[in-house]
Design a protein around this ligand. Structure first.
Ligand code: ZN
Length: 461
């Protein structure tokens, strides 16, 4: 069968018009007041206000009750931590004691626990309008060596996109690091598994559902050897690099003492100061460091809720962004947020940055971090905006709940009135949330199994 026969015998892909939304945020200034057309998993065209699609559409979805956004993108999480939310012993602790109390609990994590944790985190994210999530998984205790494989299976089942990182910890307590020996791995095991999961799962290019990145955990939990060799491996396979950096002043002090360097100097010394890297938190940078990060194109995952919860500090987001740093948002792990809700995270980011810079920080700028900025942080030019040719990843919110009653500007209402749940979410042209629910997912049954696993994990049984 030649190409022309193919074209005439196969029906044209169905075109769906998401029609006349109540309000729309495109993240790029383009006019989509009349909605947009989805065809073949992508955005085929934007429809200007008052207009209609250039080509006929077979289907239409009336979005007259909906605020339409690009699917939200989460740039930093630790899915497994949904099992240790709001745990009493660390409910009021800053980062280092928080970690030291949690490491022995996390060391008991099993593949079954992780599978439940990933499913819960992804379901929460999806219901909050998130279509792409990055997970920083750095725990590979005995029995959990195939953690990334477990995560890939759940992501595929949920029909979302993810950047799954092969994280690592290699600097145990006895070598001057923070984590206990039971949670660290040898360098050769880390690097071999990093290469294995890249080869097995990383999808390069537009439309990828699963991407792999390499993510040594933090300066105080990995050796310089793992940092440098992960960078070399990432370069060889063209995958991204992720780590926690400049989250707390304790970490800065650790870097000074162990390496004789501030955090950004340390980053540069191990070959990470470039546009392949995105950093979790990025709070404690001075002016010169912000300029260096911007010049290098190194991205930052701003995690406002976690930063407030652990009292880590306030990231200088406007200055970072104005210096050229791509800034995205992350909910961070569920032991320090303790929710996986991307639209609420955009509200938190807006308010925390207003506290720093003033009330003139616009709602649209916070929505931009959650969409276009986050996509840029993950190296995805095919996501995070509404524009022709980009992936049809969409989040639609209604303003029907009591909390929105009396609101005027629909886009502002989304953040200012505290929207926390999407009504419809589309990933690659497929509806993954319909009427505020994930079709086929039994949420009470999942929560029952997940909370039983959480109790077992904490009890050590
Ligand atoms: Zn984190």
């Amino acid at each position: 069968m030649n190409a022309s026969t193919n074209a005439t015998t196969n029906p044209a892909p169905s075109r769906l018009w998401i029609k006349d939304p109540l309000a729309v945020f495109t993240a790029n200034g383009l006019d989509a007041g009349g909605g947009l057309v989805v065809a073949d998993g992508r955005i085929a065209e934007l429809v200007p206000a008052g207009g209609s699609p250039a080509q006929p559409c077979q289907e239409a979805f009336d979005a007259g009750r909906h605020v339409l956004l690009p699917g939200l993108v989460n740039t930093h999480h630790h899915f497994y931590q949904t099992l240790t939310r709001a745990w009493g012993p660390v409910a009021d602790a800053p980062l280092f004691p928080w970690l030291k109390n949690l490491y022995p609990v996390w060391a008991r994590l099993t593949p079954e626990d992780l599978e439940l944790a990933v499913e819960v985190a992804l379901a929460e994210l999806l219901l909050s309008g998130c279509t792409t999530a990055a997970d920083h998984h750095y725990l590979f205790p005995a029995g959990l060596q195939e953690a990334v494989d477990v995560e890939v299976a759940v992501v595929r089942r949920m029909g979302m996109r993810a950047t799954l990182t092969r994280g690592s910890m290699s600097l145990g307590e006895d070598d001057g690091g923070l984590p206990p020996r039971s949670t660290v791995q040898r360098a050769d095991a880390i690097l071999a598994d990093s290469e294995r999961v890249i080869r097995a799962y990383h999808e390069p290019g537009d439309g990828a559902l699963v991407q792999i990145a390499l993510a040594p955990c933090s300066p105080f939990s990995v050796t310089t050897e793992i940092m440098a060799e992960s960078a070399a491996l990432a370069e060889r396979h063209d995958v991204r690099l992720h780590t926690h950096l400049a989250e707390t002043l304790d970490e800065e002090e650790f870097c000074r003492q162990r390496f004789g360097l501030r955090t950004v100097d340390y980053l540069e010394s191990v070959g990470w100061l470039g546009n392949r890297t995105w950093l979790g938190h990025g709070i404690h940078f001075d002016d010169a460091e912000i300029a260096r990060l911007g010049a290098a194109g190194t991205a930052v995952a701003h995690c406002p809720t976690s930063n407030m919860r652990l009292a880590s500090g306030t990231a200088r987001v406007l200055e970072l962004e104005d210096a050229g740093v791509p800034v995205g948002l992350g909910v961070d792990g569920s032991a320090s947020n303790d929710a996986s809700n991307m639209i609420l995270e955009a509200r938190q980011a807006l308010y925390l940055q207003r506290l720093r810079y003033g009330a003139q920080v616009p709602v649209e700028r916070a929505l931009g971090w959650a969409t276009r900025g986050s996509a840029a942080a993950l190296g995805r030019s095919d996501l995070g905006q509404l524009a022709p040719g980009l992936q049809a990843d969409l989040a639609l919110f209604t303003l029907d709940e009591l909390r929105f009653s009396g609101s005027h500007d629909p886009l502002a209402a989304l953040l200012l009135c505290g929207a926390d749940r999407a009504d419809r979410v589309m990933v690659g042209g497929r509806w993954r949330v319909v009427d505020g629910a994930i079709p086929g997912l039994d949420v009470p049954a999942l929560a029952a199994r997940h909370s039983a696993a959480a109790r077992r994990l904490v009890a050590g049984a």
